[in-house]
Design a protein around this ligand. Structure first.
Ligand code: HAM
Length: 428
């Protein structure tokens, strides 16, 4: 009997894993330049954290969480996103007391949502996200957006569309909320069951409903932009001005509401334009969450961040035909002939690897011909041929696979010989 991989998950195999490494390296690199520091939090948290943080009325909390009781009877949940955990840590570690503010953090790691799997929608997916806590300067909003856009661009992704909106501050949201309730109340019987609940709990969510999205009342629903008070308007204008000055193009979309409850003021998504990407075109999402730290038990602290999934990024890169890597070549393959030589192989390989070479050998006891074939298949740049005779003389044959040239080298200075051979190849 065999076992199936759980629905909505995937194995990342050699060939593909190198792309992940490259993307993760790019994430570390971009965060270094923007001065964001890495944080690693557990993959599970108290369930209540997400109910509070992400919001009771969201699909994530109501339908998509992997929740279980541990053996001590505590309700725990596999994290569906990273922001609540980062804020939990910010509060617990009293980061609001750190000298350097805002506290700028980033993370990469698996998230879990019980969603209907489809292309670009997994049950386990890896997010790269950043959070900046402790400043309400619109320049930070622009910085976070710029970080995301620069990350994609440097990986070679094109046809990106940045969509921004403002959800306003508390007062603006309250005014908008009242207007939405008044707008949908007369037709509530025509709305889906979820939306009837949302009407009183969180009417903004109605605008994001997949079932009712074609309802006649959706089109002329009150726009948040008409309810922004002066302060929120000025804030939104500042964010846009900074983006303009940074040369980052964007579209304002007043219907962008995001799927999580903690947002206010700036909300944004980065989409991919163009054909061939399947139904899902949103690559990244984020926004400001000025009330979240308080909600989770900390002092009033503004925050903003975004997250993207590496799965969707890879899909986008593939759709656009962007090649992330050339094969990392195997530099050295060690072919041995004879018992003594075979016995010397592990220690010789260890020396080579310590010296920085990508090196391998045969572990199946194949004859020389079979070993040469393996070296060839793996594209080895240099083959080392070690027989008992050479070994006795402290020598080894170094064969440059590109030119076919072979030289007898002294084993004690092998790394220098290899370095010379591989450099010459690179130059030719
Ligand atoms: P989110 O919009 O729920 O926001 O997710 C952010 C990104 O995660 C999405 O744009 C998408 O790339 C990816 N994603 C979400 N669900 C899946 C899935 N099932 N399969 C593959 N990829 C997925 C958040 O999670 C917020 N924490 C973002 C944030 C950070 N806001 C402020 N700070």
């Amino acid at each position: 009997m065999g076992f199936n991989i759980p629905r909505g998950t995937q194995d990342i195999l050699p060939g593909e894993a190198e792309k992940w490494q490259l993307i993760e390296a790019k994430a570390h690199d971009i965060c270094r330049r923007f001065n964001y520091k890495e944080i690693r939090t557990p993959v599970f948290e108290q369930t209540e954290l997400f109910a509070r943080g992400v919001g009771d009325t969201t699909d994530i909390v109501q339908k998509e969480m992997y929740t279980f009781n541990d053996r001590g009877g505590r309700s725990l949940t596999l994290r569906p996103e990273g922001t609540a955990s980062v804020v939990r840590s910010f509060v617990g570690e009293k980061m609001h007391g750190w000298v350097e503010q805002p506290v700028k953090l980033y993370y990469t790691g698996p998230m879990f949502r019980y969603e209907r799997p489809q292309s670009g929608r997994m049950r386990q997916f890896v997010q790269f996200g950043v959070e900046a806590l402790g400043s309400a300067d619109p320049a930070v909003d622009a910085e976070v957006i710029a970080l995301a856009m620069t990350f994609y661009e440097e990986l070679g992704l094109e046809k990106l569309k940045l969509v921004i909106n403002s959800l306003g501050d508390k007062d603006s949201r309250e005014a908008h909320r009242r207007a939405l309730t008044a707008h949908f109340e007369p037709v509530q019987d025509e709305l889906c069951e979820d939306c009837r609940t949302r009407l009183h709990q969180n009417p903004l969510r109605i605008l994001d409903c997949k079932v009712d999205k074609n309802h006649a009342r959706m089109k002329d629903a009150p726009s948040i932009l008409d309810y922004l008070n002066e302060e929120s308007q000025a804030y939104f204008a500042d964010v846009q001005r900074y983006l303009d000055e940074m040369g980052i193009g964007y579209t304002v979309d007043e219907t962008l509401v995001r799927g999580l409850d903690y947002y206010n003021n700036t909300a944004f998504e980065i989409m991919m334009e163009g054909e061939g990407f399947g139904a899902i075109t949103t690559l990244a999402g984020g926004g400001r969450y000025n009330g979240l730290v308080e909600e989770i038990g900390g002092p009033e602290t503004p925050g903003i961040g975004f997250a993207l999934s590496i799965e969707r990024l890879l899909m986008a890169l593939e759709t656009q035909g962007v090649e992330l890597i050339e094969d990392t070549p195997l530099e050295v393959y060690l072919v041995t002939m004879g018992e003594e030589a075979a016995r010397r192989a592990p220690s010789l390989l260890q020396e080579l690897r310590r010296a920085g070479f990508t090196a391998d050998t045969d572990y199946l006891g194949r004859k020389m011909k079979g070993q040469m074939k393996a070296a060839d298949r793996q594209g080895a740049e240099v083959v080392l041929l070690l027989g008992d005779n050479e070994l006795a003389e402290n020598n080894i044959n170094v064969k440059d696979m590109k030119t076919g040239e072979q030289q007898l080298a002294d084993l004690s200075s092998l790394t220098e010989t290899l370095r010379r051979t591989l450099t010459t190849k690179g130059e030719s």
